[in-house]
Design a protein around this ligand. Sequence first.
Ligand code: NAP
Length: 530
Amino acid sequence: MSLHGKPIVAGAIFQSSGSTFKAFSPINTHPLEPLFENASAACIHTALTSASEAFRSYRKISNEQRASFLDAIAEEILSLGDTLLERANLETGLPLDRLTGERGRTVGQLRLFASVIREGSWADARIDSPLPARQPLPRPDLRSILVPIGPVVVFGASNFPLAFSVAGGDTASALAAGCPVIVKGHPAHPGTCELVATAITKAAQQLGIHPGVFSMVHGNTPEVGMALVSHPLCRAVGFTGSLKAGRALFDAAHQRPEPIPVFAEMSSLNPIFLLPDALRTKAAQIAEGLKNSITIGVGQFCTKPGIVFAQDGPDLQTFLTHLSHSIGSTVPGTMLHSGIRDAFEAASKQLSKIPRVQLLARAPHSPDTSKTQAIPLVLVTDSQTFERESALHEEVFGPITLIVKSASHEELLQLANGLSGQLTATVHANEPDMEHARDLFSVLEQKAGRLLLNGFPTGVEVSHAMHHGGPYPSTTHSRFTSVGAAAIQRWVRPVCFQNFTPDFLPAELRDANPTGLMRIFDGQLTRNAI
Ligand code: NAP
């Protein structure tokens, strides 16, 4: 399938007059064909206007029709076959087996959301029966349900070219909720974006869904993203990427005459605490697990553990020796694009130069810059230095972690208290450590969206109970997740219908409960008709 490089707006190729750019393969830094066109102002306006028109019908189609749409997108993505995987490999340098797994995750996400909306209880239908005789005032008939918010702009992430990109979790959850989507493709993998956008467009055509339900535009300048977020018809934004970009978009959205929510997932250190007995008995095992978690995907995961806290002493020294050996067995890896690699190199150098920060270990081979490579490394410091140096509190995207030695358990608690918001926080503890683990978790619960006992944070399950979010700066809204079934909650708002007659009510709120939905009736969960 040949690529055209143009935006796909409401089911058609848009002849944009925007400037052009090329993608570069990180594998060999060669430019890739074709030229891609940045979205012009007219293109962005057409995409948002079409989405707004589509919203009128799309929000009203049945859950079953929307679920079929998501299933059809999954099928269309699979039918792209190796073409999709090979282009994604060229554009990102990610190996084909990883991309095959990621495609499975993407398709699985779409099907998960199809099942969520078929089941229906996500819509949180509530009915309070009227109390006409109540004194001093009667209670009216009150019924509420979640309704879609409107056109959503999604920014594809660079580090998951399929699962957090054009048909990733943000798009799947927004379409499931009943919201049209306009994706700003990530400029590091525009060909992959075009292929997936074509699959979504075909699925909409097959099912006769209004074409404005989906558009995908390219952009390699901040202006494109800003124009999308500032457009008056945009109702919400989903973003995964850097704190700098996420914060800029969040600020822009809040400066609009009519502010809108930006659900940005940005930066996290994902701290790990190693408690004494666990360190004493499992030093080699934890060191190997940590090395794997730092280096998987060349450290380009939002859940990569960037910091490890432990009490100083002989057991920590043994652990550091194991970790040095493990890191010594690693090899350079190709990063997603030269910007990310350069940022990683610059930040690693900056941290290494801080007084009292020492290099513990690095992979033995030099990285090949013509292959956009980076090598894993581990730094060590003490708690005073960590507390003093703000640069040590910032995410470094890539295969690096910092070990912070503390003098006591009280100091570990103090360090935990000083952390900013995180996606995850982990404690390694044995039975004798449990009291201290409980102290730590009671602090960490205030800091992170996912707590792990004796594990590693990389690997985020796409499921019903998953929470992938956390207090700022890990995200802009700590109450919401960007992974898993609950991600749909970002794109809806509640509406309460007071004293409505059955004809005016949405089907889900009628007495007969024709869709068999689980509802809260007078405070009790039930599927019964009333
Ligand atoms: P990024 O720079 O945050 O860019 C993400 C998206 O936002 C791109 O579409 C980008 O397009 C757009 N953008 C960037 N700055 C913008 C601005 N000021 N206004 C409007 N739109 C803007 O992420 P990246 O390119 O993937 O990687 C850069 C760094 O982001 C990494 O080194 C890493 O630190 C971080 N990152 C974090 C995660 C995570 O999960 N926590 C994931 C990926 C990346 P344009 O560049 O064309 O403007």
